[in-house]
Write a protein that binds this ligand. Sequence first.
Ligand code: BDP
Length: 333
Amino acid sequence: MKKTMRQNLTIGMKLTAIASALTVLSLPAHAEQWRGWNIHPPGYPNSIALESFAEAVADKTEGRIEPKVYHNAVLGDQPDAIEQTRNGALDFANFNMGPMGPIVPATNVLSLPFIFKSVDDMHQVMDGEIGQRFADALAEKNLVALSWFDSGARSLYNTQRPVETPADVEGLKVRVMNNDLYVEMIDALGGNATPMSYGEVYQSLKTGVLDGAENNYPSYESSNHFEIAPYYSLTEHLILPECLCIAKSSWESLSEEDQQIVSQAAEAAAEEQRQLWAERSQTSREKVLSDGVKINEVADKSAFQEKMQPIYAEFIKQNPQLESLVNDIQAAQ
Ligand code: BDP
C-alpha cells in the first residue's frame, strides 16, 4: 500500500516536472521587452495605432518580443526620446519630423514651410521613392523608419486675435518645436518664437509667457490649448509626416522572420493611424468649435509663402546637398 502511494507520488512528481518543463519550453527563450515612446495621451490616433503595433508584434512573434507603449511623454520629451532611441535605450517610437531636423539634417527639408501643397501630396511623396530617401537618412542616425503616420497640417493659434495676414503675427510670442527653422519662420512673420517642449505649452499660455503656438486640430484639442488660445487661423504652414521608428540595435537583434513581422505590424499601424486621424481631425474641429473657438480661413496664403522665400534661399545656401531633394519634392506634386 505504502509502496504504491510512494510510487504514485513519484509518478506524480515526475509528471509535474515534465509539465513544468513543457511550460518552460512553450515560452520563448528570451522574451525581449521593448519600450516604446509616445508623446500623446491614450485614445489619440497615434496612441491607438502604437498599441495595435505592440499587440500585433507580441502576438505574431508568439511572445518573443513584448512591446509596451509609454504614453504622455513619461519617458522624456521628444528631442530626448529621439536620442534615447538612437542609442537603443528605447526600442521604438512615433516621432514627428520637426524635432528630427537638428539630428537628421535631410529631414529639415520637410520643415520648410509650405513644402507640401496638401496632406495627400505629403503621403504620396512619403510613400514613394522620396520617402525612402528620408528613411535612409534616418537609418544613418540609427533610426529605422518602418512607416509614416499622418499629422495633418499645422496652423497658428493664439490668445489675442485671428491671424489673417502676416502683420497679425507681429509681436506675438509663439511657441515652436525644437528646430531653428521654426524660429526663422516666426521671426520672418514678425513674431517672437520660443522653442519649448510640448508639455510646457499649456501652462505657458495660461500665464502669458506665450501668446500662441501652432499645431494640427487633434493636438490643439487634446492638449487643451484651445481653452486658453481660442483663435485658430488656418495658415496650414507645415505638413509634417511622422515615423514609426525602431532603434537600429533593436531592429538588428531580430531574426529575418521577426523583422518581417515587425515591419508588417508597422505598416498596418500606419494604415490604422491614418484612418483614425481623418476621423479625429473632424471630431477635434467640432469639439473646439462647440467650445467657442473662432476658426478663420486665411484667404491669401501667398502673403505668408512670400515671407518664407528668404528661409528657402538661406537653407539651400547652407545645405547645397539638399537642393535636389527640395526640388524633387516640389516637382512630385
Ligand atoms: C504634435 C506631434 C508631436 C509634437 C507636437 C508638438 O504629433 O509629435 O511633439 O505636435 O507640437 O502634433 O510638440
